[in-house]
Write a protein that binds this ligand. Structure first.
Ligand code: FYN
Ligand code: ADP
Ligand code: MG
Length: 573
């Protein structure tokens, strides 16, 4: 029998989708069952796909996004129609903003009824709504097109700048049948979904010439550099060039944070002083003060020159002029730079590197003094010092981090030693990624996960501790409990209700984990925290540590207080 001969056997939309995903190496699906995808989730599980079933679609979506970042394969999230789709959409848009590859697949209601707006069950024109909020969006109407739909989604998610893709599958499609042999033939295994993009030779030379002439060069590594999995070459570039570097938060660990060339501990100084800055997979967005202004030394900004490595050509000049754009994939660009540097590369002037080293040592010693204190109640520093030591001992553990003060303190206190071990709120500063990211990190890598969570941030995805227990994942959630958003000491001037930033005092977050069979512990001191975290990592059991933090510790919005309109007004007044 040739491939074109009808086999007599039939297949259907459910199985074509399963087969298309498996053919393309997808192993895990993050989902929330319901009409019209419930049967799909059962059949996919029966067919050997790992089905991780969540309590809210946003967290399934966040898990898919983190899976995409960690594996360079699109993370798959599946939801029901309208409300489920909308719940997943925030995660899809966040993934797109962060350049993480993911595919949101949502079932949808009867096209004929939806388009005439006749009031179907969960009626919504999902494709139209998704389109402006993600990188690409497709709808499949016929079973024989499922293979093409999945292939287009995978290619769109992974090629060029990675991002989120929406795939709309109307309920009717799942039940459509067709000849099994023809169905098999209709599937596509995507070849080379993220083709290398080799930079032009003249662009490489322009970048190297600029770098060579620099007196105070700096390299900024962004999460694009972490995503690229070009770890050895990036390290070689830093070390061969001798240039100080600054990792953005999710690029921490690309080289160990303890590396002699890391300038993290003197960030303000190097940003203000550098004369040539090479950005590697980092955008000049708000996180880098748009490449101008006070952070960049005010007037000095006019004479500073930028080299930018990015896969997206239109990223260049988005905020300030880029003197040497280097467009291509990071792996190819970095290896071209290394080749072009040859053997006689001169290290940057010692006045620059020595000055950085001195400032850095001073700041690190100051930090060490603060970390050594043991105040009662525990504060952010003394609690994070425990986690810092544990991560040092287990550098393969993945750290998930969200909150305001909890985020900002953890970023600078908890050193990272290996690439792609830190997942956080990213480009948007989004809250609610915690449990979704933690679940994906555990599922995709099997490594211990430490989720460092502000008490407010934890609340967004807290119900997913049930999911963590159900799949028995090696996740230890540490809730930094200071009774509120930013801190717990606000007052309602009129009395009555609590202030809008306050939470119930003495909340027993540990019981949330106990409720589902996991381990729940209260930690009032660094010693108690250390004991509980050591045990959690050793046992691999789902654990929640309720770390009681001084409710007066912390500042409004952590280190980004100035973004609050009232503070901004004060500054300009
Ligand atoms: C850093 N620092 C250190 C160390 N590491 N000192 C000593 N030892 C070590 N290891 C110093 C560093 O030099 C800075 O001081 C300071 O600590 C802070 O460093 P950080 O965190 O790297 O820098 P900064 O200014 O906070 O970074 C800006 C930012 C970052 C915008 C990139 O804040 C960020 O990623 N923010 C995300 C915030 C967010 O999304 N929040 C969620 C919403 S909260 P100086 O050099 O003196 O400056 C809603 O309210
Ligand atoms: P950070 O927030 O850490 O500074 P950003 O998310 O702002 O990082 O920037 C990541 C950049 O990396 C994006 O501009 C994206 O286009 C780019 N990028 C992502 N993957 C690659 C890759 N493989 N090669 C080149 N550039 C990439
Ligand atoms: Mg808090």
């Amino acid at each position: 029998m040739t491939n074109d001969t009808p086999s007599g056997e039939q297949t259907d939309g459910f199985h074509l989708l399963i087969d298309a995903l498996k053919l393309n190496g997808i192993e895990n699906i993050y989902a929330l069952p319901g009409i019209p995808i419930t049967d799909f989730t059962r059949m996919a599980q029966a067919a050997g796909l790992r089905m991780i079933s969540f309590r809210h679609e946003q967290h399934a979506g966040n898990a898919a996004a983190a899976a995409g970042f960690l594996t360079q394969k699109p993370g798959i999230c599946m939801t029901v129609s309208a409300p489920g789709f909308l719940n997943g959409l925030t995660a899809l848009t966040n993934a797109t903003t962060n350049c993480f590859p993911m595919i949101l697949i949502s079932g949808s209601s009867e096209r004929e009824i939806v388009d005439l707006q006749q009031g179907d069950y969960e009626e919504m024109d999902q494709l139209a709504i998704a389109k402006p909020l993600c990188k690409a969006a497709f709808r499949v109407l016929h079973a024989q097109d499922i293979g093409i739909g999945v292939a287009r989604a995978i290619r769109s998610a992974l090629s060029g700048r990675p991002g989120g893709v929406y795939l709309d599958l109307p309920a009717k499609l799942f039940g459509q049948t067709m000849d099994a042999a023809a169905g098999k033939k209709s599937l596509i295994k995507v070849i080379d979904p993220a083709p290398r993009q080799i930079p032009a030779q003249d662009a490489v030379k322009r970048a190297l010439d600029l770098l060579k002439g620099a007196k105070r060069p700096l390299i900024v590594l962004g999460k694009g550099a972490a995503y690229a999995q070009a770890d050895a070459d990036i390290r070689a570039l830093i070390e061969k060039s001798g240039i100080p570097y600054l990792p953005m938060s999710m690029a921490k660990g690309l080289l160990p944070d303890t590396h002699a060339q890391s300038a993290s501990a003197t960030r303000s100084h190097v940003l203000a002083e550098a004369d040539v800055v090479m950005l590697v997979g980092a955008r000049l967005n708000w996180l880098l003060s748009h490449g101008k202004g006070k952070t960049w030394g005010g007037d000095k900004a006019d004479s500073r020159q930028f080299i930018q490595i990015d896969i997206s050509p239109t990223e260049m000049d988005s905020n300030v002029p880029i003197a040497a754009p280097l467009v291509g994939d990071i792996g190819s660009c970095v290896s071209a730079l290394l080749a072009g540097m040859g053997s006689g590369w001169a290290k940057p002037p010692v006045e620059w590197t020595q000055g950085i080293a001195e400032r850095k040592d001073k700041n690190i010693s100051k930090m060490a003094e603060t970390l050594a204190l043991n105040p009662s109640p525990m504060n952010f520093h003394s609690a994070l010092n425990v986690i810092r030591n544990q991560v040092k001992a287990r550098p393969d553990a993945i750290v998930v981090n969200e909150g305001a003060n909890t985020l900002d303190f953890a970023r600078s206190i908890v050193d990272m030693y290996e690439p792609r071990k830190r997942l956080d709120v990213g480009t948007w500063g989004i809250m609610g990624i915690g449990m979704g990211f933690a679940i994906a990190a555990a599922v995709e890598t099997g490594k211990p996960v430490i989720a460092i969570e502000g008490d407010s941030a934890f609340g967004f995805s807290g119900m997913e501790v049930e999911t963590i227990c159900r799949y028995n994942l090696p996740v230890c959630v540490i809730v930094f409990n200071n009774n509120g958003i930013y801190k717990g000491t606000d007052k309602n001037p009129r009395g009555g209700d609590m202030a809008p930033t306050q939470f119930v005092k003495g909340a027993k977050y540990e019981m949330m984990m106990q409720a589902f069979g996991g381990v729940g512990v209260v930690a009032n001191t660094p010693a108690e925290l250390e004991k509980a975290l050591t045990e959690a990592i050793k046992s691999g059991k789902p654990t929640l540590i309720n770390a009681i933090i001084d409710e007066t510790a912390g500042t409004e919005s952590g280190r980004i207080t100035s973004l609050n309109p009232a503070s901004a007004k004060k500054k300009t007044a």
